[in-house]
Write a protein that binds this ligand. Sequence first.
Ligand code: SF4
Ligand code: SF4
Ligand code: SF4
Length: 392
Amino acid sequence: MKQIAALGLREYGVYNKSLADNWNSFVSAEDSEQSLVKLVVALNNNDTKKVLVQLLKKEPGKVLQGMQITSYLIGAKESELYIPAQELELKAALEKQWEGMGIAIIAEDFVDCRLQEENVIHHLETMFFLAEAFSKEYQPSVYLAIEKGGQLSELQKVPYGTKLSDILQVSRDEIRAIEIGTKLYDVAALDYTVKDTMTFGNGVITILDKSACIIDEAEKRLALSRSISCGKCTFCREGLLQIHSMVKDITKGKGKNEFIPLIEEIGDATSFSTLCSIGRTGADFVLSSISTYYDEYDDHLKKKKCQSGVCSSFVPIYIDPELCTGCEDCLDVCPENCIEGKAGYIHMIDELDCTKCGKCFEVCENEAIKKASGKIPKLPDRLTKCGKFKKH
Ligand code: SF4
Ligand code: SF4
Ligand code: SF4
């Protein structure tokens, strides 16, 4: 315990506490209650990328040693190791290799923290570094993979003092944002060291390039958190739903100014009151995106503008006067009645009422309805017979 405290070892993942402090408080509480303690080792519940399971595949002995050290220090009577549900071959290999060690290998993605409240839960990487801490090779570090353009790099060991710019090796001009674990940072984070951020959680740093829309990214993260939530904590179930629905509305141009303080209030409560990392970090991305990229929210809300052009609701659409044959098909399907025209005349869209539902695109056989990629060309400002419109 003295060595662990002296090295300043911390729990890896979302719950980044001092290991020695954590155990000291646990051991003293356990003495008084005489409870039967179980050690549970897993990835964070919110970790959908699962890259850190590579540590277990490459050096299972280190995870085993870390679990044995922990069990000894906290007096655990049983231990369980959770591995991703699809890793059935790894489960079989570990069961064979660790036979008689008293460790149950469970292939499940989700640890029910409600059922584990009496037990000690640790991240798999904490066990790995615990074994290293008792060897001469120990160097304070983390394992990271870099995700860029949808591709994940190999997991690499990165010492604490390394600057993010050294491992990411990208030009500042290419980056819109950097996602570290579940939080969002701007390019200033390139000057941080690995230790400064320490919010890795899933061992992945994702580079969002200039083509990304921060609000659209937040919407996707919220959808993912909601899809894996077990729904037993009220704020994870209801809070994430409400935040998600407001963020979705913002991407569709239906956002209201009062959404931002509401998202912040519900997000803080969700992070504070939920039981596992899914609820706790489910709102983190959107909260950090508001604090770092407030201007982008403001653009979507007030200027109805998405600077990266991702949110299709903000991309203007128009009817090309040279292609429209005045067939009236688009006018018939528009649910907002925002297309003006009559048979044989060039049709026109009223941008103010158009919700970009896309129905008119589907029916126009002449492909006359277009999304503007830059400036909208000159269009008729009154009903004009097909073939009579002059551009100049
Ligand atoms: S935080 Fe969410 S996923 Fe975790 S236990 Fe609560 S409801 Fe379930
Ligand atoms: S469906 Fe196409 S061609 Fe027909 S009126 Fe609409 S824009 Fe013109
Ligand atoms: S996108 Fe939908 S709302 Fe807009 S003009 Fe077409 S049909 Fe109407």
